[in-house]
Design a protein around this ligand. Structure first.
Ligand SMILES: Cc1cc2nc3c(=O)[nH]c(=O)nc-3n(C[C@H](O)[C@H](O)[C@H](O)COP(=O)(O)O)c2cc1C
Length: 202
């Protein structure tokens, strides 16, 4: 091989090993991805806080159905009750770079939101560690959590955690909003356990 060809080969090899071509950039499966859906912003705020703390990637699973107003709420509650799917965006993002995924969702009629359930049904989580993170008005019973975990298991995921933050509390016999700040505060208390579940402790 001539010196000229050798130099070309060395340059090409160097280029292939440089991001975005190297495995470091394409992902060795070590980064955390947070996928979330949120209608009124609670889950979004909590997932954004997790993203900063865990230096994770964040993808919103948007529900393209209009759910505003009383009719929107009614439609949402009925659709959720019957386990309906919805149109989401994105439907199939590239998950191949991530071995650790947090799925954030509000709870609607005791289930993950329609966008979240649709997303789980349309994607494979084979070989991935999954943590479910939900926001609700009241803490869920174990049997409902198990149903949500089963959806992820059916899609091949290994559920390594389930965390919940409540949006309401009882004050003088009335249910009132706890406020986003306290929800975010609660969310961040889960970070050490999340790191451990994803085997990211130092
Ligand atoms: C249609 C609908 C159904 C809901 N069902 C429940 C429920 O069954 N249990 C509960 O604790 N909260 C329920 N909630 C309250 C939400 O789970 C809670 O407000 C959540 O934090 C909203 O998250 P988001 O702001 O990210 O959309 C429901 C909310 C909506 C809109």
């Amino acid at each position: 091989m001539s010196a000229y060809k050798l130099i070309i080969c060395l340059i090409l090899t160097a280029l292939l090993l440089t991001p975005p071509f190297s495995s470091a950039q394409q992902g060795t499966g070590k980064g955390i991805l947070i996928l979330y859906s949120s209608l009124t912003g609670n889950t979004k705020a909590c997932c954004e806080a997790l993203q900063k703390e865990l230096q994770a990637e964040l993808i919103e699973i948007k529900d393209v159905t209009d759910r505003s107003g009383k009719w929107g709420f009614f439609k949402t509650a009925i659709g959720s009750l019957f386990g309906s799917h919805t149109k989401i965006e994105p439907e199939n993002p590239d998950l191949s770079s991530y071995s650790s995924i947090i799925i954030g969702s509000p709870i609607w009629t005791g289930k993950l939101s329609m966008a979240t359930r649709t997303f789980i049904d349309k994607n494979s989580f084979a070989g991935k560690k999954i943590i479910l993170f939900t926001t609700t008005n009241a803490f869920e019973k174990e049997k409902y959590k198990e149903k949500s975990k089963d959806l992820v298991r059916k899609a091949g995921g290994d559920v390594v955690g389930y965390y919940q933050v409540v949006a309401k509390e009882e004050v003088d016999g009335e249910k009132v909003d706890r406020g986003i700040e306290r929800m975010v505060e609660d969310t961040l208390t889960f970070v050490p356990e999340i790191k451990e579940a994803f085997s990211l402790t130092d």
